[in-house]
Design a protein around this ligand. Structure first.
Ligand code: ZN
Ligand code: ZN
Length: 404
């Protein structure tokens, strides 16, 4: 069956490229997606699937019920674009000023639709169900995943897989990683209220810039002195503002920053520490403050068995040398919410075009990838689906490897 489905994927590949390029030409920003979910829903409806729209807001779900009872496998693709001006020279460049598919979510969408199409053609033979989750707003917190889950997109789901095309990996390769793959990303804001005055009479003021500077420097001690050195963490202040004139001490100063962590304990510790450091500096200077800490996406934690499954399938499909272990990195992804609910894994699929002009990083105005990544994702999803539903929790080979 796998061979047959791969052949079909190959046959419909031109259609998937056309779909991808259409999305690429008409990208839509997070939380503003309108035409994209409509196009996705139309495609799924034409396949004869049960389709739910406006899931959690702007999400779309395709539900494929197999001819025989069995497990339920879910796949997720995101479909939002970014506020970036497309600077590529290709005929499918963005037609929308200032908006661009600069992360590859158009590739994910086309790949998942391809998987839906080929699996729907064999649905009578399928022992189990498949849920296609087309997610809105991955790029902007609070993201679409959480809302889609709250709206029931994971109900009855046994396992979930997600893939991201990677411009840092060459086309044809796959990157997997067990456990922590991507970080939790939070933001914080500190407003410092002093008492302004003349720059020549600082003794009559409470200078919020000096207090803020102290806070900024002391924040550097959180990672170096308070966090376990074996646990990765980042505290970055990205903005520190206050005052405008040469000779005026302002009343207020404002600081903004981001925190990246993998462990919840570390995240809690950092949130608390920023507050303590701020309070101490303000108290000793007689300033007051307001501290706001907002949690973004949790860290992506890949379940070991499902990660091994993808690794093993990828090695079988593309060769051992094409599959690597990806180290965790400090970027974030709201796929983490799905993995908190059901087992699964998120993996990277190489999209770097070695010959062409497509090796720019994600979120770059010239970002593009080798479109054949659509096929890589499609093949892996199809084989993961068949492998999971036909063999239950683990394959015999996997059983040996993970010692079940
Ligand atoms: Zn992105
Ligand atoms: Zn992305």
């Amino acid at each position: 069956m796998t061979e047959k489905l791969f052949a079909r994927l190959q046959e419909i590949y031109p259609e998937l490229v056309t779909f991808r390029r259409d999305l690429h030409m008409y990208p839509e920003l997070s939380f503003q997606e309108k035409e994209t979910p409509r196009k996705v829903a139309d495609f799924l409806t034409q396949l004869g699937l049960e389709v739910r729209t406006e899931v959690g807001g702007r999400g779309v779900m395709g539900i494929l019920r197999g001819g025989k009872p069995g497990k339920t496998v879910a796949f997720r693709a995101d479909f939002d674009a970014l506020p970036i001006q497309d600077e590529k020279r290709v005929d499918y460049k963005s037609r929308i000023p200032g908006v661009m598919h600069a992360c590859g979510h158009d590739i994910h969408t086309a790949a998942l639709l391809g998987v839906a199409k080929v699996l729907s053609e064999v649905k009578d033979e399928l022992e189990g169900n498949v849920i296609f989750i087309h997610q809105f707003a991955e790029e902007v917190i609070p993201g679409g995943a959480k809302a889609m889950i709250e709206d029931g997109c994971l109900s009855g789901v046994d396992v979930i897989y997600g893939a991201h095309v990677a411009s840092h990996l060459p086309f044809g390769t796959v990157g997997v990683g067990e456990g922590h793959l991507m970080a939790a990303g939070d933001t914080f804001e500190i407003d410092i209220y002093g008492a302004g005055g003349h720059g020549a009479t600082p003794h009559l003021t409470v200078d919020p810039l000096v207090v803020g500077s102290q806070i900024l420097l002391n924040l550097q001690q959180i990672v170096s002195r308070r966090v376990d050195p074996l646990k990765p963490a980042v505290v970055t202040v990205g903005s520190f503002n206050g005052g405008e004139a040469y000779n005026v001490i302002p009343d207020t100063a404002k600081m903004k920053g981001t925190v990246r962590t993998f462990d919840k304990d570390v995240q809690d510790l950092i949130e608390k520490s920023i507050g303590q450091i701020t309070a101490a500096a303000c108290e000793s200077a007689g300033a007051s403050f307001q501290y706001k800490y907002e949690r973004g996406y949790p860290s992506v934690w890949n379940h070991p068995e499902e990660t091994k499954r993808i690794e093993q399938l990828a090695k079988k499909l593309f060769g051992d040398e094409k599959v690597g272990h990806e180290p965790p990195h400090m970027g974030m992804e709201d796929f983490s919410y799905y993995l908190q609910k059901v087992p699964g894994t998120f993996f990277w699929v190489g999209g770097r075009d070695e010959e062409g002009d497509k090796s720019y990083p994600h979120h770059h105005p010239k970002f593009d990838v080798d479109e054949r990544a659509i096929l890589t994702i499609g093949q892996l999803f199809v084989s993961a689906c068949l492998n999971y539903i036909s063999d239950g929790l683990v394959t015999p080979e996997l059983q040996k490897e993970v010692g079940f």
